[in-house]
Ligand binder design. Structure first.
Ligand SMILES: Nc1nc2c(c(=O)[nH]1)N[C@H]1C(S)=C(S)[C@@H](COP(=O)(O)OP(=O)(O)OC[C@H]3O[C@@H](n4cnc5c(=O)[nH]c(N)nc54)[C@H](O)[C@@H]3O)O[C@H]1N2
Ligand SMILES: Nc1nc2c(c(=O)[nH]1)N[C@H]1C(S)=C(S)[C@@H](COP(=O)(O)OP(=O)(O)OC[C@H]3O[C@@H](n4cnc5c(=O)[nH]c(N)nc54)[C@H](O)[C@@H]3O)O[C@H]1N2
Ligand code: SF4
Ligand SMILES: [Mo]
Length: 884
């Protein structure tokens, strides 16, 4: 029997029909869930590989000592109370996450803002959605997402503004691909030629951080063409005249805007004309808009174009801020951000009084708390005496990794609730609390289109792990607030939350009133539903259909925005613009997708994408380890030369951590600049320089266990999980003595009775295989000038029981006799199909996506790789593009 639940990754919020099998699952898309209608991407499809108990935290830990729940809870309560008594409520803080369930979020927010009495609860959504939230509030009067996924099907033009949907919201992107096949147009605004851009009708590779100029130019062009919907503006929008006056301060001619954005004028003109002609336009905006020191301005500029043309609240027309995390929306609703209260209320006296009444709360926070970056600054300065982190990994994901780690080390008391036992943040905690993971948790999440879906338990709780809401309630109880946190299950938390949304609600759109009466069976069976929920119990797909907004006069507001460019401009020393973001098959800090070898193949290790001319100028070659330096720090990763980058721009993925690739951490490089209104960091632009790393030797090490290099060795290493073993790649700048020091560490403790060894001193090559009976235990290959063989055949030997005589005979050559192995990159993660096989199929006549799928299997499963296959088709066969 399968259980219906929701995918724990992105904000698409796909429904799953899952069959638990022991401690794993077979995940399939739920054909009846409106978000995905049965589809899944590579990450959702691989959930079965990530739900094992390996590496899980199963008991509360105080330092390195296992503790009972009551001891851990009492300690946390005591330390928080002591800090509050001595230094006031603002000396403590929670830092939470869009990966908590709504029930968890509600509980944490209630404790901090209602009972501790501080605003100091902020969420990783600060790094993600904060700019869009401010833009929504300024334009619509509240943080309301106007559209719904159906609008994506109905639109005739879809603009992706800083959104690599093909990789980050793959199921929505497949839906959009289907619409495009039926005539919809796609325009991608992104400095990089992403997979999303690759298959679009028009790609505008703008100068980084020039979006406001581009959207202002569009509005000026719409005005000039007479494409403004004057009747809509007159009836429903304020501020048009102010915005029009502000536009007049810049030269809005096509030539001037194109020059500032570094675009071909004809391309820009084409976009402006398409936008003017297409009433049914959806503008999706994501991190390329939000993660900027002008993130709010970018959102406002996009919304302005929609308000001026009346393209909002209508089928197929809206500005659409898409959420990243599975419950980013739920967190915004329940007050997870430091500058809002719960249920879309702010800190005005009436709202505070209302919350105090509803919660019977002693001390509703008087003012907004610290926003994530400020919060960690306060931790560094010793102003925060006790910090509780839940379901996020700030030592990796906040800008300025080095500084964040120092802050955590200096904090007198750090609690981390997580599902894993160790990790970059967990390793700095005084108390670690085991939370239930996906597959065990029970509650609700809200996706990008305001749809509430259930996450349901598939397994019994492992060890002593507990639900996040319950951990919070237990601490609240130990602090003396028990009565207000005496829920017996998530259904009760949800009902209280629904009641709050309806409480004294005259004008707040966020209203779940009709769900207040849900009994346990109703909660368990809750079908996906969009808020606001009408008194008849119906969900609402599209907001603002009547042209009324949540402002005091019901009118939307257009806000003037001035283009600014990057917060920190490039200069002679740091002349390249470093951009960071996501890869297709990994999720954030690898704590989950890193457990699935099939998800590690598409982008096995960190990298830095660079234009070939910039690479040549810096002496950097394809695949060579490259140092990237900014004012904040230095990282090292292999270079990938590609003309998908603009000249002058670099890109690094955000995912790698100290546990996987300490030198490859992007946030060593990103500085603390934030948008002054939203507090969201400028993750997409850091002035940088590059030069070759120039290692003196390289090597790889295969072992059954994960390994981390001692920090006193001068080397760069990365760990790449494989099916039966862990592959560690390294390169060093030390001498032979250092290489030998590393070797001693690596072979220590091997049970191997037999060692096969080959040495060639002329090229500094040393190859060793450690055999435990007829099983391979470890493999270590190093070389100074000599070449190293491909790793795959050796890695695959770890999955087999006994080595054959033939295997042994070529072990130190590194390949099966007579079988050259492909090292071409994996394109299709589901079926393990490599680029060279796809090329061969194309050469043999496969001329569209379906033909490639038929010939190789690539793209036939989840479809996340289809844009990349389309790219190969186009490079090999220009005429095949339209078939894609
Ligand atoms: N595979 C995968 N999917 C995910 C996630 C994941 O970790 N992995 N995380 C989820 C989360 S939390 C989020 S927030 C979303 C994020 O989803 P996206 O926003 O699509 O992802 P990013 O890769 O961060 O950034 C998007 C694009 O912004 C572009 N960009 C950079 N600078 C600029 C600029 O100045 N202007 C414009 N217009 N564009 C610019 C980048 O080149 C990049 O291609 O993804 C969600 N989905
Ligand atoms: N350079 C750069 N940095 C970025 C970004 C970027 O584009 N560039 N993007 C930013 C964005 S948009 C985001 S959203 C953040 C994401 O960054 P993080 O939130 O730090 O990343 P995750 O790896 O998702 O961390 C989630 C943590 O919660 C744990 N966990 C999982 N499920 C549960 C649960 O049910 N309960 C508990 N208690 N723990 C759980 C996981 O093991 C993991 O440790 O990164 C931001 N950082
Ligand atoms: S698109 Fe992929 S990651 Fe996102 S919710 Fe759906 S299956 Fe999960
Ligand atoms: Mo995010």
């Amino acid at each position: 029997m399968s259980i219906r639940t929701t995918c724990p990754y992105c904000g698409v919020g796909c429904g799953l029909a899952v069959k638990p099998q022991g401690r794993t699952v077979v995940a399939a898309g739920d054909p009846e869930h409106p978000a995905n209608r049965g589809r899944l991407c590579s990450k959702g499809a691989a959930l079965g590989s990530t739900v094992g108990l390996e590496g899980r935290l199963l008991h509360p830990m105080i330092g390195e000592r296992r503790a009972g729940w009551s001891e851990a809870t009492a300690l946390i309560a005591r330390r928080f109370r002591a800090a509050i008594e001595r230094h006031g409520p603002d000396s403590v803080a929670f830092y939470v996450s869009g990966q908590l369930l709504t029930e968890d979020y509600y509980a944490a927010n209630k404790l901090m803002k209602g009972f501790i009495g501080s605003g100091n609860i902020d969420t990783n959504s600060r790094l993600c959605m904060a700019s869009a939230v401010v833009a929504h509030k300024l334009s619509f009067g509240a943080d309301l997402v106007p559209g719904c996924y159906e609008d994506l099907d109905l639109a005739d033009l879809v603009v992706f503004a800083g959104h690599n949907a093909a990789w980050t919201h793959p199921v929505l992107f497949r839906r959009l691909e289907a619409a495009r096949a039926a005539g919809q147009r796609h325009v991608v605004i992104d400095p990089r030629r992403t997979d999303t851009a690759e298959v679009a009708d028009l790609h505008l590779p703008l100068r980084p951080q020039s979006d406001v100029r581009l959207w202002n130019g569009l509005l000026a062009d719409l005005i000039q063409r007479g494409a403004v919907d004057r009747a809509y503006v007159a009836a429903h929008v304020s501020g048009f005249a102010e915005v029009e006056a502000a536009l007049a301060r810049d030269d809005q001619s096509l030539a001037a805007v194109a020059a500032d954005c570094d675009l071909i004028p004809a391309d820009l003109e084409r976009f402006y004309a398409w936008f003017a002609q297409t009433p049914r336009t959806v503008s999706l905006f994501s991190m390329g808009a939000n993660q900027s020191a002008q993130g709010v301005a970018k959102g406002l500029a996009i919304i302005n174009a929609h308000l001026a043309t009346g393209r909002i609240g209508k089928p197929g027309a809206c500005p659409f801020s898409i959420t990243g995390q599975p419950n980013a929306m739920g967190g915004r609703e329940t007050g997870g951000m430091a500058n809002t209260l719960a249920a879309h209320m702010d800190f005005e006296p009436e709202s505070r009084a209302r919350l105090a009444r509803f919660w019977a709360a002693p001390a509703v926070a008087e003012r907004a708390g610290l926003k994530a970056v400020e919060l960690f600054d306060a931790v560094a300065e010793g102003r925060i005496k006790a910090l509780w982190i839940m379901a996020t990994n700030p030592a990796v994901s906040l800008p300025g990794t080095g500084k964040v780690r120092e802050a955590l080390k200096a904090c007198p008391f750090v609690v981390v609730s997580d599902v894993m036992a160790s990790g970059d943040t967990l390793d700095l905690a005084h108390v670690r609390l085991p939370a239930l993971a996906w597959g065990e948790k029970d509650g609700t999440v809200t996706n990008s289109e305001r749809r509430i879906s259930r996450q349901r338990p598939l397994f019994d709780p492992p060890g002593e792990a507990r639900a996040d809401w319950r951990i919070v309630a237990d601490v609240a109880d130990a602090m003396g607030f028990g009565e207000a946190f005496a829920w017996r299950g998530p259904g009760q938390v949800f009902r209280e939350w629904a009641r709050l949304t309806a409480y004294e609600n005259q004008d707040r759109t966020l209203n779940l009133g009709p769900l207040v009466g849900l009994d346990q069976a109703g909660y368990d069976a809750l079908a996906p539903v969009q808020w606001p929920i009408t008194p008849a119990g119906e969900g609402t797909a599209r907001l603002f259909v009547d042209g009324r907004f949540q402002t005091p006069d019901g009118r939307a507001l257009m806000n003037p925005v001035a283009p600014q460019g990057a917060a920190i401009p490039l200069d002679g020393a740091f002349s390249l613009a470093l951009n960071t973001g996501r890869v297709r098959d990994h999720w954030h800090t690898l704590t989950r997708t890193g457990l699935a070898p099939e998800l590690c193949r598409h982008a096995p290790e960190p990298y830095v994408d660079i234009h070939p001319e910039d690479a040549a100028a810096a002496g950097v070659t394809e695949g060579a380890l490259t140092r990237v330096r900014t004012a904040s720090g230095e990282a090292v990763a292999p270079a990938r030369l590609t003309d998908r980058q603009r000249r002058g721009d670099l890109f690094m993925p955000m995912h790698w951590t100290a546990a996987y690739a300490p030198a490859g951490r992007a946030n060593l490089l990103v500085g603390p600049t934030v948008d002054p209104r939203s507090g969201q960091p400028e993750f997409k632009h850091s002035p940088a320089q590059v030069r070759p790393y120039r290692e003196t030797w390289r090597g790889f090490f295969l072992s059954r266990q994960a390994w981390a290099a001692p920090s006193d060795l001068d080397l760069v290493w990365r760990r790449i999980p494989q099916d039966g073993c862990q592959l560690h790649e390294f390169a060093g700048r030390g001498d032979d003595e250092e290489r030998e020091a590393l070797r001693r560490v690596l072979i220590k403790g091997s049970p191997a009775a037999e060692v096969l060894r080959y040495e060639d001193q002329t090229v500094g090559s040393l190859r060793e295989a450690f055999l435990d009976g007829d099983r391979l235990d470890r493999v270590l290959f190093t070389a100074t000038t000599g070449r190293l063989p491909p790793r795959e055949w050796l890695a695959a030997l770890f999955t087999q029981g006994a080595l054959t005589a033939a295997d042994r005979s070529t072990l130190l050559i590194g390949r099966a006799p007579g079988q050259p192995l492909s090292t071409a990159p994996i394109v299709c993660a589901c079926r393990g199909v490599r680029a060279d096989r796809i090329d061969a199929a194309i050469a043999a006549g496969a001329d569209d996506l379906d033909a490639v799928a038929e010939a190789t299997g690539a793209g036939a499963a989840c479809g996340s790789c289809r844009p990349q296959i389309a790219h190969q088709l186009r490079t090999r066969k220009p005429e095949a593009l339209h078939a894609a």
